[in-house]
Design a binder for this molecule. Structure first.
Ligand code: ACO
Length: 271
């Protein structure tokens, strides 16, 4: 398979549908896939015709985690230079996705293992198929969940759940993942795409600048004191005001107070 083909994507009605595309390898993340994913994110991030990105997987897997042969064994054979390079490539696109300019949704259609928790966490929202299966299989082949994965589960889950998944390698399905808050919600596989589209279309109605500043704020304030967060949020709103050339907040107030054409409590203003 050509490196180019390890990721598939198309843009339709302002939604970028991006897919891990190594179904025959259960979408395991190889160095080729990691490099290609960075290029795809690069291409999509600032396109005017993209408002939301959805990340899913071709075939029966979302992603079976890092490719044990190509990402671990073959890079280790190249020594530390090879290992660090492949780590930079994978962590690089996970980070790029975490701070992506547009809101992102993980649409988890199947297997999600180990390193797959990196991009799962990087996506702002996550919708799962009930049939999907999640596991920290690292312990099953003798390592700890590295590459940020332990941090992901500790940030997203209560300590007992994080510890259980980490120490047992047990699988959970989409409904359990939703109950644990690893994902926002879980629906039957045959409704997964429609539900994800509905969520994406709702996001598309919102002010795009506000979405970017809001998603960053949610990730940033977690490690701040209250006073730091208060100050940061004041500054970020001022920065958002500068970046929003449509002056959306004024328009939003105008349509409510003067025009009485919508109610902010019930939906977004007309852009
Ligand atoms: N790395 C490398 N190759 C993989 C991976 C992986 N993570 N996952 C699947 N493959 C390959 C298999 O070796 C097999 O290759 P082959 O056809 O050349 O023999 C092919 O994908 C299909 O895999 P099967 O095991 O036959 O598929 P099945 O649907 O029966 O099982 C499952 C799917 C459960 C995902 C299984 O493949 C599996 O356990 N994969 C490993 C999951 C894992 O532990 N990932 C690593 C997490 S730890 C980390 O990411 C740091």
């Amino acid at each position: 398979m050509e490196e180019q083909d390890t990721v598939a994507f198309h843009v339709e009605n302002r939604i970028a549908w991006v897919k891990f595309n190594r179904p025959e390898k259960r979408n395991a993340m190889s160095p080729s896939l990691n490099r290609r994913m960075m290029e795809v994110l690069d291409e999509l991030e600032h396109r005017d015709d993209v408002g939301v990105l959805v990340l899913s997987g071709e075939g029966t897997a979302w992603s079976a985690g890092m490719d044990l042969k190509e990402y671990f064994r073959e890079t280790e054979a190249q020594g530390l230079r090879g290992v660090r390079k492949s780590q930079r490539e994978s962590y690089g696109w996970f980070r790029r996705l975490r701070w992506f300019q547009k809101p992102t949704i993980a649409m988890v259609n199947g297997w999600c293992f180990g390193g797959g928790f990196g991009p799962l966490f990087a996506c702002d929202l996550a919708i799962s198929a009930d049939e999907a299966k999640y596991g920290l299989s690292e312990i099953n082949w003798g390592i700890l969940p590295g590459g940020g994965v332990t941090k992901v589960v500790v940030d997203l889950l209560p300590m007992r759940d994080a510890m259980w998944l980490t120490l047992t390698g047990d699988l959970i399905d989409g409904k359990q993942a939703s109950a644990m808050r690893l994902v926002n919600e879980s629906v039957p596989l045959d409704q997964l795409e429609a539900r994800t589209r509905e969520v994406a279309e709702n996001l598309l109605k919102k002010n795009a600048v506000a979405l970017k500043f809001a998603k960053d704020a949610v990730r940033r304030v977690g490690t701040m004191t209250y006073d730091e967060a208060e100050d940061y949020l004041v500054r970020m709103q001022e920065a958002a005001n500068f970046h929003d050339k449509t002056e959306g907040r004024k328009e939003g107030i105008r349509q409510f107070i003067d025009e009485k054409s919508y109610k902010p409590g019930l939906g977004a203003y007309d852009q």
